[in-house]
Ligand binder design. Structure first.
Ligand code: ADP
Length: 398
């Protein structure tokens, strides 16, 4: 079954055509700068990569252009659009209503729309992707996979904030979490890897370190706690987001320094984190600068790793121990420095890194723990598109 996975943003669409259940990626690519005078479409089939620059005025035109590649006589992978059996959509916010994948109906679209207040940068664009795909692939089933769904089984003591009950009851103010598709994917990969290696896999801590960063405590495949909350800026230090901050700082900025609430939001979401501490967006630059003696960059790395360590300690308590920790996403998969800094002086938990293995990862899943460690340290490449395809296929096969 061919499943087209779509991640629709405000000016871009990421896509992958995946054959299920074989999990073979037939084609993938990106449509960028939608609405600008010159847009760009990238199409990849196996090792072949083609790019084209042309005006793409809206998402509908974008998907039509993608179709031209998918059905191209020379490098296409399908003969007609009816060979796309289902479209799996990434939807960022499912609120408290969605704990699993659903087939899209008018009612579901209304709910996604109403949840836009909680994810104004994402849900409206995800919805555009759905509505355009309905037009372009009228025979395909449309399915929604929600980033928040994986956290819906979290216990109430973990997802509630200690503010008056009415805010929860009347306004649904609580922890929702994000990056759930990634945490679920690497969790399942870890469980099967650990089982193959006859290692317990009940208590996992998954650490997603990309531009956005989050950490999840997972027991028996179910998320018990998670660092992102009502919005996406809590917890770990991220590319441009602060992570945990005392809310008094916010009121100080407003009351004493004259910032507007919007300006404070901008500071916390877009000017903070590693960028705020160093002036650089890319962790590779920060690592390079730290190496050549830049104190701000070194401090930012120290703070970043320190924050992750604190969460690992907390989540080991939540789980009453830990069988494995998993690093994933751009930084988790590529920065041996951050992994090394996070894992040092963690012997009390049984976390001990093998430095050589940390520097020389395997293809696929890497076990970078030392032989005498009590906790496995895994690096697992995340694959949110494949997870969306798996969940879509799962629902259609029920
Ligand atoms: P997104 O959240 O946008 O999906 P990614 O998962 O792609 O983000 O991660 C982006 C981050 O990964 C960037 O901060 C980038 O600096 C970092 N990164 C990518 N490759 C490396 C590398 N080789 N070493 C260190 N950091 C890296």
């Amino acid at each position: 079954m061919n499943i087209l996975v779509i991640n629709s943003g405000s000016s871009s669409i990421k896509y992958q055509l995946i054959d299920m259940p074989s999990e073979i990626v037939k084609a993938s690519g990106l449509i960028e700068r939608i609405g600008e005078s010159i847009s760009k479409i990238t199409y990849k089939k196996s090792e072949e990569k083609i790019t084209a620059e042309l005006p793409i005025e809206n998402h509908e035109k974008g998907l039509s252009e993608m179709n031209r590649f998918l059905m191209h006589a020379e490098f296409g992978v399908i003969n007609n659009i009816n060979e796309i059996h289902a479209v799996g959509h990434r939807v960022v916010h499912g609120g408290k209503d969605f704990s699993g994948t659903v087939e899209i109906t008018d009612e579901i679209k209304e709910k996604i729309k109403s949840l836009s207040v909680l994810a104004p940068l994402h849900n409206p664009n995800n919805l555009i992707g759905i509505e355009v795909a309905e037009k372009i692939f009228p025979k395909a089933k449309q399915l929604g996979v929600f980033d928040t769904a994986f956290f819906q089984e979290m216990p109430e003591k973990a997802f509630r904030y200690a503010i008056p009950n009415s805010f929860f009851v009347e306004h649904d103010i609580r922890v929702y979490g994000f990056h759930g598709t990634s945490h679920k994917f690497v969790c399942e990969q870890a469980i099967s890897f650990l089982s193959e290696h006859k290692w317990p896999s009940r208590k996992l801590i998954t650490i997603h370190l990309g531009n956005g960063c989050s950490i999840t405590a997972i027991k028996d495949g179910i998320a018990l706690d998670h660092s992102l909350g009502f919005g996406p800026s809590n917890g770990l230090i991220m590319g441009t987001r602060s992570g945990d901050i005392d809310q008094s700082v916010i009121f100080y900025l407003i009351d004493q320094l004259g910032y507007s609430p919007q300006e404070v939001n901008n500071v916390i979401q877009k000017q903070s984190g590693m960028f705020g501490l160093t002036g650089y967006y890319d962790l590779r630059d920060i690592q390079e600068k730290a190496k050549s003696g830049d104190k701000h960059c070194q401090l930012a790395l120290d703070m970043n790793a320190y924050r992750i360590k604190k969460f690992i300690g907390a989540y080991a308590s939540v789980l009453n121990g830990v069988d494995a920790i998993v690093f994933t996403a751009g930084i988790g998969e590529n920065s041996s420095i951050i992994r090394q800094m996070v894992c040092q002086e963690m012997q009390y938990l049984g976390i001990k890194l093998n430095t050589a293995k940390n520097e020389n990862l395997q293809n696929g899943i890497s076990d970078i723990s030392s032989d005498d460690a009590k906790v496995k340290i895994l690096v697992i490449p995340t694959n949110e598109e494949l997870e969306i395809a798996k969940q879509s296929y799962g629902l259609l096969s029920e």
